[in-house]
Design a protein around this ligand. Structure first.
Ligand code: SAM
Length: 290
């Protein structure tokens, strides 16, 4: 792991004044990682540049960053030419981020607050890329929110999110695997989800107990339509009792067994054997019968 910040190598005589190394900023502002805020910071500038490159060329694009912390990833996003709007809950980080703002005038806006309570669409406008290295529970809650809703296309252009490796595997899981479940259906029904970058636990300070991975998600242009609430109800029932046959797990859901039959799906199958297309076909059939 290098301790080089993205700008540390720039000559002071360059266009932009030289940024102090990230570790120095952390020391100066006393940003000792807080466990309760799920803080595991990244310092490796090459790794941060690779994460910032995942959404594609960011020059002049708007990025909504959640949980910038001391600003390692924020630096990489700014260096890639993005206009960054960042929401951070830890008041200790705000001063450090304000200092970063002075190096990129007009390119960084920092908001102190809880990302779970933000109206981020109103904040950044349509077409923004979302990038975040968040605590696992916050990241999953936001992912479900960004992928949910009846309206599709979504307001965001792409999601680039760090997760625990086990959660990342569930997001990209394929049928007939033990990781396949509600998260996979949600992420892959109307979008393409890929594991963009595995990240070793030793890249973080302090290192967490588990490995991580960055997931990249882009909305699909013309996905099969079904009501999100119906898809949610079927997947909740089917995967709520994933070891049971569908005829058992879906029997409490009005119209579900009829829809299975009309779709020609054997009710003795189990939830994890159904493809995403089959889940959506059943949801459409239920919608049509409702
Ligand atoms: N992005 C930095 C990095 O990569 O080094 C920090 C990552 S750290 C894993 C997660 C950050 O999210 C912390 O700075 C933490 O304070 C912040 N955070 C945690 N919960 C949050 C929430 N609900 N809203 C906004 N920020 C949050």
């Amino acid at each position: 792991m290098t301790d080089q910040t993205p700008e540390a190598a720039l000559p002071t005589s360059g266009k932009r004044p030289k940024l102090p190394p990230l570790r120095e900023v952390i020391q100066r502002y006393g940003l000792i990682a807080s466990k309760s805020l799920g803080q595991n910071f990244l310092f490796d500038s090459q790794l941060l540049d690779r994460i910032a490159a995942i959404p594609g060329g960011l020059e002049g694009k708007t990025v909504y960053e959640v949980g910038p912390g001391p600003g390692g990833l924020t630096r990489a996003l700014l260096k890639a030419g993005a206009n960054v709007v960042a929401v951070e809950m830890d008041p200790r980080c705000i001063a450090a981020l304000a200092e970063l703002e002075t190096y990129y005038p007009g390119k960084l806006r920092v908001i102190e607050g809880d990302a779970l309570k933000m109206d981020e669409r109103a904040l950044v406008g349509d077409g923004a890329h979302i990038v975040a290295n968040l605590p696992y529970n916050v990241g999953t809650a936001l992912l479900v929110r960004w992928l949910g809703g009846e309206q599709w296309q979504p307001w965001w252009a792409s999601l680039t999110l760090m997760f625990q490796r086990e959660v990342a595997d569930r997001i990209i899981a394929k049928p007939d695997t033990s990781a396949f479940g509600r998260l996979a259906v949600l992420a892959q029904w109307r979008a393409d989800a890929t594991l963009a970058l595995p990240v070793h636990r030793s890249a973080f300070v302090p290192p967490p107990k588990v490995m991580s991975a960055v997931i990249h998600i882009t909305p699909r242009q013309a996905p099969e339509g079904a009501r999100m609430t119906t898809v949610e109800r079927i997947t909740a029932a089917a995967f709520g009792q994933r070891r049971k046959m569908l005829r058992q797990s879906l029997k409490g859901l009005p119209g579900a067994l009829d829809a299975l039959e009309k779709c020609g799906i054997d009710p003795t199958r189990r939830a994890e054997t159904l493809s995403i297309d089959e889940f959506i076909a059943v949801a459409r059939m239920m919608d049509a019968a409702a």
